[in-house]
Design a protein around this ligand. Structure first.
Ligand SMILES: [Mg+2]
Length: 365
C-alpha cells in the first residue's frame, strides 16, 4: 500500500503594503512552479496565502522530511523572494534565514507541517494557516478537538473514539519532546500546553497509531536569535472515521481566545477565523487571523478546497474578536496587551533597554 503524504510548507518572503498580504504575483509564481513539479516530484498542489504568508500545500508519496520536497519548496520561496525584491515588497525574503538549501527547510526559516497516512475509503483533510501568531496558538484548539468531550461529542457517543488520543508535545526552548495519553493524562497535558509560547503540540494520534493532526513548531526568533517576525503556524487535521467530524474540528474556533503575535510580534490579540478573501492583516497589522481549507484526499489528489470559515455562522466570533481587540488596544503599550518581558526578549524591546542601561542607579539597601 503506497502511503500518501500531505506537506504544508510556508514562508513570508515579502508582502504589501507592509505586513498585510502576499502579492498575487508571488502566488502565481508559486502555483506555476508547483504545477511544473506535478507528475514528477509531487502529485497535486494548492497555493494560497494567509496575511503575508505564502502557503504551499502539496501531496506526494515521499514521506515526511523528504529532501526533494523541501528543496522544491525552498526553490519556490527563493524565486518568489526575488520577485518580491524586484517589486520592493516589504520584508522580501525575510523568512529565508540561509543562503543555500541544505537537506531540510526546518531550521532555515519556513514553517512545516506534514503527515503521512494510508488513505481511508474517504479522507477529509483540513489545512489551517495562521498569520500574526505563534505555533502554540493551536494548542487550545487541538485539545478541544481531541480531548474535550464538551466540544467533540464523538469522544462520548462514538465507540471508535472512546479510547482517546495521544499528544506529542515539544518543548521549543529545551528542544525535547514528551507523549501524553488522553483522557487519562488530560490534566498533565494541560499543565504544559497552557504555556503555548514554550510547549507546542506537534502531533496527535489515535492510540492505534493512526495520525490525526500535525503542526509546524518552528519558532523563527529562537532560530535566528533576533526578531524576524512571528512564526505564523500551519496545521493539518484529518477528520471522520474514528477521528472528530469535520464540524467538530472546526467548532472550537467559534470561541475567541487571545494569542501572542499581532503588531511587531509583541502583543496579545484575539485569534480571528476568516475566509480567504479576508485573510489580510490590516487593523494594527492584525488582528491575528486563521483560515482553514477543507479537502478530500483521493488517490493523493486534493479534491477541493472549501473555504471553511467563509461562513456567516462565524460572524459572531468575528464580532467578538473585534470587541476583544478594542479592549486590548485600549491598553496601548501596557501588558497584558503587550507580551510579558520574558517573551519580549525576542522582539526589538531589548534594543531600547540597551540605550538606558547606564542611566540606572542602584537603590540603597
Ligand atoms: Mg506572517
Amino acid at each position: 500500500m503506497v502511503k500518501t503524504t500531505v506537506s504544508v510548507i510556508k514562508a513570508d518572503v515579502g508582502s504589501y503594503p507592509g505586513h498585510s498580504r502576499t502579492h498575487p504575483k508571488l502566488l502565481e509564481v508559486a502555483a506555476r512552479m508547483l504545477k511544473e513539479a506535478e507528475g514528477s516530484t509531487i502529485i497535486d498542489s494548492y497555493v494560497t496565502h494567509c496575511g503575508d504568508d505564502l502557503e504551499l500545500i502539496m501531496t506526494h508519496t515521499k514521506g515526511e522530511d523528504n529532501e526533494e520536497i523541501h528543496e522544491l519548496a525552498w526553490n519556490i520561496f527563493m524565486e518568489c523572494a526575488n520577485v518580491a525584491k524586484e517589486m520592493k515588497l516589504y520584508g522580501a525574503g525575510q523568512d529565508l534565514l540561509a543562503d543555500a538549501f541544505s537537506g531540510n527547510v526546518k531550521g532555515m526559516g519556513p514553517g512545516v507541517a506534514e503527515m503521512e497516512f494510508e488513505e481511508r475509503g474517504s479522507d477529509p483533510v483540513l489545512v489551517f494557516m495562521a498569520d500574526k501568531t505563534e505555533p502554540g496558538a493551536w494548542n487550545y484548539y487541538l485539545y478541544k478537538m481531541f480531548a474535550d468531550p464538551f466540544s467533540t461529542s464523538g469522544l462520548v457517543i462514538d465507540p471508535s473514539m472512546h479510547q482517546g488520543f495521544v499528544f506529542e508535545v515539544h518543548d521549543v526552548m529545551e528542544k525535547r519532546k514528551i507523549l501524553f495519553n488522553t483522557p487519562e493524562e488530560s490534566y498533565s497535558l494541560l499543565a504544559y500546553i497552557g504555556a503555548p509560547s514554550r510547549y507546542v503540540i506537534k502531533y496527535v494520534w489515535k492510540k492505534d497509531g493512526t495520525i490525526a493532526a500535525s503542526t509546524s513548531t518552528q519558532r523563527l526568533n529562537l532560530m535566528a536569535g533576533r526578531y524576524v517576525g512571528k512564526d505564523d503556524p500551519v496545521m493539518i487535521v484529518r477528520a471522520q472515521g474514528g477521528l472528530p467530524a469535520v464540524g467538530e474540528v472546526i467548532d472550537p474556533f467559534r470561541t475567541p481566545i487571545l494569542v501572542a503575535g499581532w503588531m511587531r510580534g509583541s502583543h496579545h490579540g484575539p485569534f480571528m477565523p476568516v475566509g480567504v478573501p479576508d485573510a489580510n492583516c490590516t487593523q494594527f497589522d492584525g488582528p491575528p487571523r486563521v483560515i482553514c481549507l477543507g479537502f478530500q484526499v483521493s488517490d493523493r489528489k486534493l479534491i477541493g478546497p472549501v473555504d471553511m470559515f467563509d461562513d456567516p455562522a462565524f460572524n459572531r466570533v468575528r464580532d467578538r474578536c473585534c470587541e476583544l481587540a478594542d479592549v486590548l488596544r485600549a491598553h496601548g503599550p501596557f501588558e497584558p496587551h503587550r507580551l510579558s518581558l520574558e517573551e519580549m526578549e525576542y522582539t526589538t524591546l531589548p534594543g531600547v533597554e540597551k540605550q538606558f542601561k547606564d542611566r540606572w542607579e542602584d537603590l540603597p539597601e
